[in-house]
Structures are given as structure tokens and as C-alpha cells.
Design a protein around this ligand. Sequence first.
Ligand code: MG
Ligand code: MG
Length: 253
Amino acid sequence: MIHLKNSTQIALMKDAGRITGEALLVARDMIRPGISTYEIDQAIRSYIEKCGAKPAFLGYQGFPGSACISINDEVIHGIPSRNRILMDGDIVKIDTGATYRGYVGDSARTIPVGQVSDEAKKLIQVTRDSFWAGIDAVRVGNRLGDVGSAIDTVVRKNGFSTVRQYVGHGIGEAMHEAPDVPNYGTPGRGTRLCAGMTLAIEPMVNIGTHEVKVLPDGWTVKTLDGSLSAHYENTIALTSDGVLVLTEVEKGF
Ligand code: MG
Ligand code: MG
């Protein structure tokens, strides 16, 4: 069942979204070669707690961190570790969430470490562009297939592939609510969009095959062919006045 939110609930989700977005800025500003993913995770946790919120990922289905931090061919769900050190040329995906006054924000960015290849830069840009193409299709009366198709069209046009095995989701009092929000689809198909929907839209884009595998740690998802992957996610609210991107706190990031 899809839980539609009223304006009071959406106002609360704005706060959760802002804290989540700010935590990602904290992470971005500390990313450099030589830092461990554990240090980034701890900074995110501290920031969220300082805001009076709770790290939504910490303990979620047993996840040990406050952020999923995934490097290069890792797609999502990387576990922060003192032994994972960022190196010049890496791309790192930071995915985090905050629960504030009963509502959850969820957002992810892909960030270059030092100097990265032109192909990596393009992948990051295309992934971001695909999200915003999806947002253009988030309108009352459209369907989720319109959104997924808009995302996937940008990805394919650039020669990349969209991960299909993992998708976006409804969000609110729980991090994962109905409906599933695939990053691919058929225009005119799928759930109809209406005012009060709050969704986490999150394209995951690979340079090579769309196929992925889970590592023996039970969490980390990698591309099957070892190609680079990027992720871009925001929590959004659809209102009768249009779309609010709740986790975007700095334009262009
Ligand atoms: Mg996320
Ligand atoms: Mg999500």
C-alpha cells in the first residue's frame, strides 16, 4: 500500500531530507586520497546525531555503518571500513539517510577522488543527468514507467547501462515503502503518480553490463564485469504544486 503524505508530513520529511543532504556535504568535503571509508562514515554519523536525528542505515537489517560507501565497481551497500582507503582516481559512492521526528531521508552521490578519468567523469555526470530527466517526468497523472523510461533513455543514449536488480522506493516513516521505483520502464505503464507520494529515486548506472553480484560479505553489490558504477539519489515529494527535491541542499551536487 502506498502511504500518501499530507503537507504536515511533507514538512517533517523536508527536515529529514535536509539533514541527509547536509551529511553528504560533510562527506564530500572530507574526501581525498588516503582517507578511510570508516572515517567518512563516522563523520556522517556525528553530523546526523548533532542534528538530533538518527542515522537511518545504522543497524538496518544489521548494517554496521551509518552510510553505504562503495568504491569504483562496487555499485551499492559497501561497508565502511578502516581498511578501505580512498586512492587518487577512485570514484566513491556515499549513500546515507537520517531519521528525524519519525521521518526518513535517503540520498546518495558519487564523488571523484583526486583526478579521475574522463570516462569516470562522464559516468558521474550521466547518472546525475538521468535522475533529473526522471524528475522531469514526475508529474501528477504520469506513471512510474514514464519516470523509469526517462532515466534509462539518458543512460542508454550515452552507451551505459541501468542496474535493474536494485530500484528506488517509496519512503516516509519507513526507509523502504511501496512502490518500487525502477530506473527503467515503459512509458504509460506502472503505478500512476499522485500528490502526496514521497519517493527515493536512485539511478545506478554501469559503464558495462547492467548485471551485478553480491559479495560474500552479504552486502556489497558489484558490477558483474568489474566496470565502474555510479549512483545518484534524492528523496522527493510530489505535491499538487510540483516536485520538491527534499535531500538537495546545494544545487549542482
Ligand atoms: Mg540510499
Ligand atoms: Mg534508497
